[in-house]
Ligand binder design. Structure first.
Ligand code: APR
Length: 237
């Protein structure tokens, strides 16, 4: 076993499903009873920032009230045998709250806000409590918006995430439908030599290359027993 090896976890909404947070594409095409274009686009913000702010305030409350599930904790435990980097598409902070130390948010983090002005990627502000309000502004006076990447926006964390995927000795893709780009394209950055797994109830039908081992299971069940397997795999090398 060697701490010079790196396990990379690439997670999506299914990771937090068993913590009670809804996925995006599993049910009715709506996100928490809203069309995504009404709440998760720059146009929605321009049209009705109060409604968008309220929507994300509600999401933030659900996330704060949720707790990490066994799969989050199982991933944290992998840090005892290897370097572990997590690239998550989720805007919740359940990986961090489970104790994982290297978590990279591709689509932002709902516990933070950022300026809605031109310098929005310069600084992120921790939201104390549940709510962002109309009177919260950045030092330049622009209203603060949730630190999330909306549809139609660029993904500033992509390059760094791609560099992380490139370094994986073991890659665990978990709870993502791999339908949203550029995020889904990250898996192309893994090296041929990496050991690759996809854990998802729909693993059998998700679009990944042939060198992935498909584990058709929910996150918690799929991660069960994984610790010993990965430990053995790394110690054999
Ligand atoms: N455990 C593991 N996976 C699960 C579970 C579970 N308990 N329940 C559902 N899943 C799987 C589904 O089978 C599906 O493949 O989680 C996946 C969720 O897919 P999506 O809802 O499309 O979520 P995700 O891939 O994370 O979406 C990517 O799209 O809307 C945007 O920005 C948003 O980050 C999000 C991005």
């Amino acid at each position: 076993m060697s701490k010079t090896q790196t396990i990379v976890v690439f997670s999506g909404a299914g990771m937090s499903a068993e913590s009670g947070i809804k996925t995006f594409r599993d049910v009715d095409g709506l996100w928490e009873n809203h069309r995504v274009e009404d709440v998760a686009t720059p146009e929605a913000w321009l049209k009705n920032p109060n409604m968008v702010t309220k929507f994300y305030n509600e999401r933030r409350i659900s996330i704060i009230e949720a707790t990490p599930n066994e799969a989050h904790f199982a991933i944290t435990k992998l840090e005892s045998i290897s370097n572990v980097d997590i690239v998550t598409q989720n805007i919740d902070d359940l990986h961090e709250r489970a104790g994982s130390t290297s978590v990279h948010h591709l689509h932002g983090n709902i516990r933070y806000s950022k300026s809605s002005g031109p310098n929005q990627e310069r600084e992120y502000y921790r939201i104390d409590g549940f709510e962002l309000t109309e009177s919260d502004v950045c030092p330049e006076g622009f209203r603060l918006r949730p630190h999330v990447v909306w549809f139609g926006e660029s993904v500033p964390a992509f390059e760094n995430a791609a560099a992380i995927l490139e370094k994986a000795d073991v890659l665990i893709v978990i709870g993502t439908s791999l339908q949203v780009y550029p995020a889904a394209g990250l898996i192309d950055f893994a090296q041929n030599a990496a050991h690759k797994f996809i854990i998802d109830p729909k693993a059998d039908i998700l679009s990944v290359p042939d060198d992935y081992r498909r584990v058709s299971a929910k996150a918690t069940e799929g991660m069960l027993g994984f610790f010993d397997e990965i430990k053995n795999m790394l110690s054999d090398e």
